[in-house]
Design a binder for this molecule. Structure first.
Ligand SMILES: [Mg+2]
Length: 239
């Protein structure tokens, strides 16, 4: 039976996408150009800049605060809004304040971790900043269930590098054969776990298609009902 469960945090246990949508809806009210744009298009454009700049922050090439403002400066520029640094900074504050207020777990996450806890140790493996992820765990009431929080900022390595998964296993005193990794990103979570010799479960609430040519893995469509998710996770290393 599984003795160590590794979880991704953003969009697996923590509802990053929901919080980002709430924050972007608030941003949409900040400028006429945003208001005239379909929300989906705004979301796509924002997500692209977020991804680009998150990578820069993770590589230590840009401070987090500067990246938050730069994201909206680029978004304004992409919409031909003559932007001032001040406007981008004000929008960044609106986004951040709304995001923080909206912080919430994915439905079923606290109950699932509580159900796993008597059977297995739990680690979070996340490509993000330590303080940011600690706050999310606390705000969502998940911190009491987590035995180890391994973030790329602290570990000095990111998923899908197998090293970060090995750090998590070490902290849980576990080994690949009695561990499982649950995460929503095929490229980071499924591929990374496999490279580390750990079985993976793909959290796939959108019912997306797996990449062509990749060996299939069990898919979890929701964390609820908790009993079904618990069985899939704990029984995942039985052939
Ligand atoms: Mg994720």
């Amino acid at each position: 039976m599984v003795k160590a469960v590794l979880f991704d945090l953003d969009d697996t246990l923590f509802d990053h996408r929901g919080c980002a949508r709430d924050a972007l809806a608030a941003v949409q009210g900040c400028h006429d150009r945003f208001r005239s744009m379909p929300f989906d298009a705004l979301e796509r454009a924002h997500a692209g800049f977020l991804e680009e700049l998150h990578a820069q922050v993770m590589l230590g090439r840009m401070p987090l605060e500067a990246a938050r403002i730069e994201r909206f400066r680029r978004l304004l520029a992409a919409m031909d809004v003559p932007s001032s640094e001040g406007l981008a900074a004000r929008i960044a504050i609106t986004y951040r304040d709304t995001y923080r207020t909206a912080r919430r777990a994915v439905a079923g996450a606290p109950a699932l971790l509580a159900a796993i806890k008597p059977f297995a140790r739990i680690a979070i493996v996340s490509n993000n900043l330590l303080e940011e992820q600690q706050e999310k765990l606390r705000t969502c009431g998940l911190d009491g269930f987590v035995d180890a929080l391994v973030v790329s900022e602290e570990a000095g390595t990111s998923k899908p590098d197998p090293t970060i998964f090995r750090v998590a296993l070490d902290r849980l005193h576990a080994w690949p054969g009695n561990a499982v990794m649950v995460g929503d990103s095929w490229a980071a979570d499924v591929v990374g776990a496999r490279r580390a010799g750990i079985r993976a479960i793909w959290f796939n609430p959108d019912e997306a298609f797996a990449p062509v040519g990749e060996a299939p893995v069990p898919e979890l469509r929701a964390l609820e009902p908790v009993d079904a998710a618990l069985r899939m996770i704990l029984d995942s290393n039985r052939d």
